[in-house]
Design a protein around this ligand. Structure first.
Ligand code: 2PG
Ligand code: MG
Length: 401
């Protein structure tokens, strides 16, 4: 048994330089620490980051109330711990204590329990049934993650290799090569967006071709299969019934045709948020047309939320889901949504946020639940904290899974 004996909170900065909370949880022989990330393009059904009064109010509540009540709770009962967080908050969306505080506590508690047991987190969460994941990384970025970039938020690649290090390295080679190719055409230096993907002053069509081309070139050189993907984050450019790109404006029907073409003609196999978060019908139409050759992932449409996913399943909106712990505030809620997705045969992607810390909980989570992909960038310290952890996890798996 492992009762919580102490806990701490502090403010730290995330990769955008914004303040966030980091929490420590102690059991008799265990220690866990976790910090909350933050999104820039958020779904409207995500839990609240902070209560009225912001981060200071969360910290005050923690110091005056939660840190005292937490002592004596059995940390190995993760569901009980997460229920405690829900009860003390008393709202559906953590608007009383803040989702950032809730998620840091929930994940730090899991880390502490694994440490108490003396086993890696992925083993504690996944037991013997674990599986290495495929890294899915952003190489060109736009939308809300960059100024003057593409309308599409993320151009993604996923290299497939037996050894996860080779996959990580190959994704980063694509990232490197894109810079070389784009620099040749431009007489200005290029920079990076929030997730360390390149920001290019090209229209979306041009980048769709460029990234595909570079992926093919790197694939030939390395011998690894590289998938192309994108996160359109389309809620961000859905305005008054139209999808508004920097160079064109599409109706929902035209957007379905456009994305269908990206899959069928350009060979993209990973498509996230191609429509507005409430446009379940267009999601369903696209999934019907190309669901046999691409995964259509719901992020903003579901926000890791059980009810939203249930609605998506009823409407056959997608064949894949993105999972982010801070969208729902607790590990137990995320796992409940994951089980529903698995029960319906959906593909699963665990994901970072655009504002990140060096916390690597999601790497362990992705392996523990056997997620098909871990979306967490290709370079940059806060992204590499997660990617490099996958390399260590694979060593810890002993090559058996
Ligand atoms: C997304 C994420 C992560 P953000 O849309 O999938 O890439 O972005 O954290 O800004 O919501
Ligand atoms: Mg997304």
């Amino acid at each position: 048994m492992s009762e919580i004996v102490d806990s701490k909170i502090r403010k730290i900065l995330d990769s955008r330089g914004n303040e966030t909370v980091e929490v420590e949880v102690y059991t008799k022989y265990g220690f866990g620490v976790s910090a909350a990330p933050s999104g820039a393009s958020k779904g409207t059904t995500e839990v609240a980051d902070y209560p009225d009064g912001g981060i200071e109010q969360s910290i005050k509540l923690f110091r005056n109330e939660i840190s005292k009540k937490i002592i004596g709770i059995e940390s190995s009962d993760q569901e009980g711990f997460d229920r405690f967080l829900e009860d003390i908050d008393g709202t559906e969306n953590f608007s009383a204590i803040g989702g950032n505080l809730a998620v840091s506590l929930s994940l730090a508690n899991a880390f502490a329990t694994a440490d108490e047991l003396g086993i890696p987190l992925f083993r504690y969460l996944g037991g013997l049934n674990v599986r290495m994941t495929t890294p899915l990384g952003n190489v060109v970025g736009g939308g809300k993650h960059a100024v003057n970039g593409t309308t599409i938020q993320e151009f993604l690649v996923a290299s497939h290799a037996d050894n996860v290090y080779d996959a990580i390295r190959t994704n980063s080679l694509v990232h490197k090569r894109i810079k070389e190719r784009a620099s040749k055409e431009l007489d200005i230096p290029i920079g990076m967006g929030d997730e360390k993907a390149w920001v290019l002053p090209f229209d979306d069509e041009k980048v769709i071709s460029l990234v595909k081309d570079v992926a093919e070139e790197v694939s030939e050189k390395t011998g690894l299969m590289i998938e192309n993907g994108m996160d359109l984050a389309a809620s961000n450019f859905y305005e008054k019934g139209h999808y508004v790109y920097r160079n064109k404006k599409l109706t929902p029907e035209e957007q379905v045709d456009f994305v269908e073409g990206i899959v069928k003609d350009r060979g993209y196999t990973v498509i996230e948020d191609p429509f507005d978060e409430n446009d379940f019908d267009s999601f369903a139409e696209l999934t019907k047309r190309v669901g046999d050759r691409a995964i259509i992932i719901g992020d903003d449409i579901y926000t890791t939320n059980y009810q939203r996913l249930q609605e998506g399943i009823e409407k056959r909106a997608s064949n894949a889901i993105l999972l982010k712990p801070n969208q729902v505030g607790t590990l137990s809620r995320l796992l409940r949504t994951w089980r529903l997705a698995k029960d319906h045969g959906m593909s699963v992607v665990v994901s970072h946020r655009s504002g990140e810390t060096t916390d690597y909980f999601i790497s362990h989570l992705a392996v523990a639940i056997g997620a098909d992909y871990l979306k967490t960038g290709t370079v940059g310290g806060e992204r590499l904290a997660k990617l490099n952890e996958l390399v260590r996890i694979q060593e810890g798996m002993g090559g058996h899974e």
